[in-house]
Design a protein around this ligand. Structure first.
Ligand SMILES: Cc1cc2nc3c(=O)[nH]c(=O)nc-3n(C[C@H](O)[C@H](O)[C@H](O)COP(=O)(O)O)c2cc1C
Length: 225
């Protein structure tokens, strides 16, 4: 698989097979992804990966947290701007509607939608759970470096036939994650990532998100028409 194939075939997978991802593979891609560029070569990404017993223990802790009360911890950063204007608002709405259409969950079924969202907090059944944290002293530029690492990682996983889904959803339960991982206080949680092999039978995995046409987000200066 070349880079273009990996880019084209990567998509967010939200249902996984009960199949182990080899630890040697994980070590390799986690290390290789660190070849990602970062401003000043700060390499600000900090990564926790959970498999097997620690993942089971974490999931149990999370289930316990959710069984008491699903209301989130106070968020440490806004996932979206307060007032999400166009065209961003529509893009988000469209994605949500397309996903619930695949799942057959109607717009009025708020409970059904909420219940589905809770799958985030089980890593969608993935055999590998990853968390990405960053030093609180880092700013917007370094947060963009986190994206460099995470996308490189997802592409390297694709090259090896492994699927993933980045998950900002974890940020609203950062306290629970922090307690379990014993994250140093100077670090904050950016996102999680579910990693594993896609369940081909799961309707949600049929979702194919759209993209803006090139002309909508580029201005090509000096290009032939
Ligand atoms: C940083 C980041 C956080 C995300 N958080 C979530 C999440 O919490 N839950 C979820 O289901 N998808 C999440 N996604 C997946 C996006 O919805 C998805 O990337 C987008 O709709 C494009 O679809 P694609 O990844 O299938 O190409 C996240 C993606 C990124 C890059």
């Amino acid at each position: 698989m070349n880079v273009s194939d990996a880019v084209r075939s990567r998509k967010s997978v939200r249902a996984f097979l009960d199949r182990t991802v080899p630890q040697a593979l994980l070590r390799e891609v986690l290390g290789l992804a660190a070849r990602s560029p970062s401003g000043g070569n700060l390499q600000p990404w900090r990564i926790d990966v959970l498999v097997d017993e620690p993942l089971a223990a974490f999931k149990a802790r999370m289930a316990q947290r959710m069984s008491k009360d699903v209301s989130p911890d106070a968020s440490e950063y806004p996932i979206y701007p307060d007032k999400l204007g166009e065209p961003y608002r529509s893009a988000r709405f469209k994605l949500g509607e397309a996903m619930y259409a695949q799942l057959g969950i109607a717009r009025e079924d708020k409970t059904g939608r909420l219940r589905w969202l809770q799958n985030n907090y089980r890593f969608f059944g993935a055999p590998v759970g990853l968390f990405c944290t960053v030093d609180r002293g880092m700013g917007a530029a370094q947060w963009s470096d986190l994206g460099m690492y995470l996308q490189t990682l997802m592409l390297l996983l694709r090259e090896r036939g492994v699927d993933s889904c980045a998950q900002e959803a974890w940020s609203i339960y950062h306290q629970t994650v922090r307690e379990f991982l014993q994250t140093p206080p100077q670090h904050m949680l950016f996102c999680g990532m579910a990693i594993g092999y896609a369940d081909p039978a799961a309707a949600v995995n049929r979702l194919q998100s759209e993209r803006q046409p090139l002309e909508q987000f580029t201005r090509l200066w000096g290009f032939a028409p």
